[in-house]
Design a protein around this ligand. Structure first.
Ligand code: ING
Length: 307
């Protein structure tokens, strides 16, 4: 048994006018609830400190940068780090990272139980577009405000196992899980802010979005014999609905815990990392079954080519 009691701390909506301090207080309340359940790790959503600002078209870089954190931790989030350390709980959350040399990333971090940052990931698959698109019901300007991540898909030895991170749209791409799977990942933790409606296809609503959301998580977990913990920022942000559906998925692709609301809600599960071993030693024993001599297109091509 290698149990990791993980808490998925779903956040309800964060309005554009809401302060980071108010959000951090909500995160600490979920952390306290997780401590009451003896969680070892608490995972918060993507861009957990602010509203999903990529929905807003901005031309003034100074205004854009107000949504970013120039240091981590910083004064606004220090109370969260302090409380997590006091409770001996590792945490992970997403935020907009502005580096000292002026780069902008959609980032997540992982701490140890003493509040030290031990892992950082920068979102690789940026969805959306970089210029105002009048044909969309609403904007999704992640390609405008962020650069693609430059850290790859690392994993870390933490909490007695092998932990990896990704962010939101990354979960839709099988390469994300497989690169971590090829490093022996046993738990992938991720946050997401997913609009409930497709901005380019209005008839694609929450039911279909929820179907695709669960599909990719269950596939990623099963095909790499890993737990997957996916945590939403959910609910109506200034009139823009975000999908809930936070889930914990086991290495067989089964959903073992799921949120019921669109608000601040903690779900939790004791993940025995030893449950990943059977899949890794049998059906997904990569070294025994993979035939890399036939996979060249996956890294030599970006788009579709016939040759
Ligand atoms: N949000 C969405 C996501 O991948 C999206 C964007 C939704 C892309 C549905 C494609 C289909 O969940 C973020 N922030 O990536």
């Amino acid at each position: 048994m290698r149990p990791v009691h993980v808490g998925a701390a779903q956040l309800g909506p964060i309005q554009k006018a809401e302060s980071r301090e108010a959000v951090v207080a909500r995160m600490i309340a979920l952390l306290e609830e997780a401590a009451g359940k003896s969680c070892d790790l608490v995972v918060f959503p993507e861009l957990a400190l602010t509203t999903f600002f990529p929905r807003w078209y901005m031309t003034d870089q100074a205004e854009v940068d107000t949504w970013f954190e120039a240091e981590m931790p910083n004064a606004a989030v220090q109370p969260l780090f302090d409380r997590a350390k006091a409770l001996g709980i590792a945490i992970s959350f997403g935020y907009a990272e502005l580096t000292p040399d002026g780069h902008h990333f959609n980032t997540s971090i992982l701490t140890d139980r003493e509040g030290n940052i031990v892992g950082k990931y920068r979102k690789v698959h940026l969805p959306g577009h970089d210029e105002f698109d009048p044909d969309r019901a609403f904007q999704h300007l992640e390609k405008r405000y962020f650069e693609p991540g430059d850290l790859g898909f690392p994993v870390w030895d933490a909490l007695g196992g092998v932990i990896g991170m990704c962010i939101c749209n990354d979960r839709r791409w099988p390469e994300t899980y497989r690169v971590m799977g090829l490093q022996g990942v046993e738990m992938v933790i991720l946050g997401y802010n997913t609009p409930s409606v497709n901005s380019q296809k209005g008839q694609e609503g929450p039911e279909e979005r929820l179907f695709h959301h669960r599909l990719v998580l269950q596939a990623g977990a099963y095909q790499n014999a890993t737990f997957v913990v996916a945590v939403a920022k959910a609910g109506d942000e200034d009139g823009h609905p975000l999908l809930a559906g936070s889930v914990i998925v086991d290495p067989n692709g089964k959903v073992v815990a799921e949120s019921k609301t669109e608000g601040d809600e903690l779900i939790d599960y004791v993940c025995d990392l030893d449950e990943t071993v059977f899949g890794k030693e049998t059906i997904f024993d990569f070294k025994r079954h993979r035939r890399v001599e036939h996979y060249g297109r996956i890294t030599s091509q970006t788009g579709v080519e016939r040759a």
